[in-house]
Design a protein around this ligand. Structure first.
Ligand code: KG4
Ligand code: ZN
Length: 358
């Protein structure tokens, strides 16, 4: 499907709160993928603070690169090309990684490929650390990109050939996980915390689903509000559906909720998100004639989501391995490699992957 080569790509990713550098052979075999997470620095603010992110990328990027090269057992001179995220993402954070990569490229005379972050996520299902089992997802592939910043359905006909099939009209799914976690007093990032809490549920709260019939678009803001109202009612010791108004009296909801109530809200919320994501993605796959489905982005790390896809899908499902699902540089290296070696056009970073059909 692509020219077999041992060519090494150095990937650089700094679009949000992870400083990451990776060395990938032939666009698929991950020799190293070092991720320096800033989560602890941002946790007390309940989300990413852009200025803190940029400063931390500057501090970390040299060391992260040195470790990535050492772990891969290679030197900069062995690298055939450099791939760095150009966007979308936090402007200041992106500048740090991209200019670092540009400096290396100029100093070494090595070609630089600017990668669209979403195109990186799409390529995460081509990655492996095992040379004996490199994945070969068939095309066309219907990809669900589901992260803190994105919830998009993309039909990938080839490397560089994408069609946007559906998207969220408001919050990204990961953002909804983070916000609901905050409401019920769980730590940031909310996704893993909600998954853990949900596993302890005895009676998941029934929350609504936004089906948006006739489209492959998503909406999570109504679900978030419904979770807030359920949490408020349960914090006052009432049944989950007791509150229907929009303005709530002041109450420290998280402090009043029992651990069991937190678990039941977490499970109900998670189930609503999973139901909508899986149902709509599989419908879109059927209607576009996709040969397989992929699930990529931070929320793909959610175990019940992966299991539901595997059990419901009539066609093969490729889910990014957890270390390649959240932001990382190996996926950027993979995208850069495939763009370079298949003659595909790099997608502009500031733009959508492709114009919406709507
Ligand atoms: O792809 P990513 O690392 O960064 C963005 O590009 O946004 O995704 C981060 C998002 C966060 O919202 C986080 O809460 C969510 O992915 N996430 C999860 C899980 N692990 C991370 N959501 C649900 N379940 C998880 N296990
Ligand atoms: Zn991402």
């Amino acid at each position: 499907m692509h020219p077999p080569t041992d060519e090494l790509t150095l990937g650089v990713e700094t679009s949000c709160d992870e400083t990451s550098v990776a060395v990938v052979r032939g666009g698929q075999l991950v020799l190293s993928n070092v991720v320096s997470s800033q989560i602890a620095l941002h946790a007390e603010f309940g989300g990413v603070v852009p200025e803190i992110a940029s400063r931390q990328h500057v501090r970390a990027i040299n060391d992260v690169t040195a470790i990535a090269l050492k772990e891969a057992g290679v030197s900069l001179n062995d690298v055939a090309s450099i791939a760095a995220t150009r966007g979308p993402g936090l402007a200041g954070a992106l500048l740090v990684g991209f200019n670092f990569a540009r400096g290396l490229s100029l100093a070494l005379g090595t070609p630089l490929v600017g990668v669209n972050h979403l195109e990186g996520h799409l390529h995460s299902v081509w990655l492996s650390t095992d040379p004996a089992s490199l994945p070969d997802p068939p095309l066309p592939l219907l990809a669900l990109i589901v992260s803190g910043g994105h919830t998009e359905l993309v039909l990938m006909r080839d490397h560089g050939d994408y069609e946007l099939v559906g998207r969220t009209l408001d919050d990204a799914a990961g953002e909804a996980f983070d916000k609901v976690a905050r409401i019920i007093g769980l730590p940031y990032p909310g996704g893993p915390a909600i998954q853990r809490a949900a596993a302890e549920a005895t009676e998941p709260v029934r929350l609504p689903r936004a089906w948006l019939p006739g489209t492959f678009d998503f909406s999570f803001s109504g679900l978030k509000t419904a979770a807030l109202h359920a949490a408020f009612a349960m914090a006052r010791g009432e049944s989950a559906d007791a509150i229907r108004g929009t303005s709530l009296p002041k109450l420290d909801i998280a402090a009043e909720l029992s651990p069991q109530a937190v678990a039941n809200i977490a499970a109900g919320f998670q189930e609503s998100v999973i139901d909508v994501l899986v149902t709509k993605t599989l419908n879109a796959a059927a209607s576009t004639g996709a040969a397989a489905v992929s699930v990529v982005g931070g929320v793909a790390a959610n175990r019940p989501l992966r299991e539901r896809f595997q059990s419901k899908s009539p066609i093969p499902v490729f889910v990014s391995a957890p270390q390649f699902a959240t932001d990382n540089a190996a996926m950027i290296a993979a995208a850069g490699y495939f763009v370079r070696t298949t003659g595909a056009t790099a997608i502009e970073p500031g733009l959508q992957l492709a114009p919406s059909r709507a």
